[in-house]
Design a protein around this ligand. Structure first.
Ligand SMILES: Nc1nc2c(c(=O)[nH]1)N[C@H]1C(S)=C(S)[C@@H](COP(=O)(O)O)O[C@H]1N2
Ligand SMILES: [Mo]
Length: 456
């Protein structure tokens, strides 16, 4: 047993293993430097797989134990898996390279590790050009560790002694740490900045109506420090996603499929959708996983088309409706709930931002956040009810939102503290709401859940 452990330890701390680890880390950093936080960063596709295959028990246990920090654990785990993939291929390439070039004098391992890391990045992201970042960084690590210009048989180069090997690995480690830091800034710079073009520029929808609603909301908002306005600004509106990186979907190639129990299936383009008569209305979103007095509740002016128009046009007959999204998220609502929903492409007079579901999402007024599917791709009418993404994981969130009072501002007076409650939002307390909340607690405990998977 001891002998086995000893050998394992020697293997893990061997030059080969250390070089592979350094190359793998550099590859991930190089990938981020080249691609930024986009789908072309090797981390992103790994994250989708992790999110998809993590069992609900593990998600819920993580959330119960770590609460809001769960999202960092999720990110760290995904980063670990991504790095491990690059360490694996680098290690294999190093081992094969050793056979070809045992003296490390011909530098054969450099292109081999570079190619292996590049190949892994292309395999993950499908982006050959941006994957060069990963390949080049991994190759650079091998250059620094192997130093093929050192000839141990030559008097001139001073030989290659074990000490020097150790120093090379140490220096390279420092280099990788520095490179990772620099990559962080490079990648952040490469991450596309969110733009908020106005709605009329893109879709030809007039923005005077949303503007009127926004003005009305502003006039009615209280001027209390720390209490938000009645409408939340884009950028401070909360987001909750199962994915770490919001999908990037081109509105021009986007299509909505209307399928299932229908007389005729429909395929609707962005232009067709935005050409229909638009409605503008306030609607508040609140995440079912919101903790007491937390801020996962915001209100906006949404622009879009009543969902009922699509079910009419398709001649729909099912009693349930599944809404499916690009990130493999989905939710199922009763038919009568769907008929009250909106197919949305505008938010606060702007084109719907990427984080909130660009180009098109669903807004189901008065229903928990999770029914409001973003990055909508398919509407399927069903005869039978089935579970949605979060319901499969033990959450019940397709009911009506409970009314809440929050204390977000207090005033100090001579006689003590006074809580100030901002004007309540659009929610009204509805009968049955308590039952839903209780059932939810029974099902899953009272903790924040998907917030842990959400960003920000
Ligand atoms: N496609 C997709 N839609 C989604 C989600 C998601 O992860 N993917 N999260 C849901 C949850 S849990 C909430 S609370 C709301 C949040 O909407 P927002 O991010 O625009 O505030 O989106 C819902 N729609
Ligand atoms: Mo949510």
């Amino acid at each position: 047993m001891r002998a086995v452990l000893g050998r394992l330890l020697r293997l893990v701390t061997s030059r080969w293993a250390l070089t592979a680890v350094l190359a793998g880390m550099a590859a991930v950093a190089g990938s981020f430097a080249a691609a930024g936080l986009t789908e072309d960063f090797a981390f992103t596709p790994v994250s989708s797989v992790v999110v998809q295959y993590t069992p609900g028990v593990i998600i819920n246990t993580t959330l119960d134990t770590f609460g809001n920090y769960g999202q960092y654990i999720n990110m760290a785990f995904t980063l670990g898996v991504t790095t491990a993939l690059f360490v694996g291929v680098s290690g294999a390439a190093l081992a094969v390279g050793r056979l070809v070039d045992p003296d490390r004098l011909r530098g054969a391992r450099i292109p081999m590790v570079g190619l292996a890391a590049w190949g892994m990045a292309v395999f993950l992201t499908g982006a050959p050009l941006l994957s060069v970042g990963a390949g080049a960084a991994a190759a650079a690590v091998v250059i620094l560790v192997d130093r093929p210009w050192h000839d141990e048989l030559s008097v001139k180069s001073g030989g290659r002694w074990p000490d020097e090997d150790r120093r090379a690995v140490l220096q390279t480690s420092a280099g990788v740490v520095g490179f990772a830091g620099a990559s962080y800034f490079l990648g952040s710079y490469r991450t596309p900045q969110q733009e908020f073009p106005e709605l009329d520029v893109v879709s030809g929808v007039g923005i005077s109506e949303p503007e009127e609603l926004l003005n009305e909301a502003e006039e009615k908002s209280f001027d209390i420090p720390d209490s938000p306005d009645l409408v939340s600004q884009i950028g401070s509106f909360y987001t909750v996603d199962i994915a770490t990186v919001a999908p990037r979907i081109n509105a021009d190639s986007w299509e909505l499929d209307v399928t299932g129990s229908v007389d005729s299936e429909l395929t609707i383009s962005y232009d067709e959708l935005t050409d229909m008569d638009a409605d503008h209305r306030f609607s508040t979103l609140r995440c079912v996983g919101e903790e007491l007095n937390a801020r996962k509740m915001d209100n906006a002016v949404w622009t879009g088309v009543p969902a009922s128009r699509l079910s009419e046009q398709a001649g729909a007959s099912g009693n349930h409706v599944a809404m499916r999204a690009d990130d493999d998220y989905w939710n199922v609502v009763p038919r009568e709930v769907f008929e009250q929903a909106y197919i949305i492409y505008g938010m606060n007079g702007n084109v719907l931002p990427r984080e909130h579901g660009h180009p098109v999402r669903v807004i189901v007024p008065g229903h928990w956040g999770e029914t409001n599917v973003k990055w909508l791709q398919e509407i399927e009418f069903l005869e039978e009810d089935t579970q949605g993404y979060w319901e499969e994981r033990g959450w019940d969130g397709t009911g009506e939102v409970c009314g809440v009072a929050k204390i977000w501002a207090t005033t100090e007076t001579g006689s003590g503290h006074h809580a100030r409650r901002p004007r309540s939002r659009r929610h009204r307390r509805r009968p049955g709401c308590r039952d839903i909340a209780r059932r939810r607690r029974e099902l899953a405990g009272d903790r924040d859940h998907r917030a842990a998977l959400g960003r920000r």
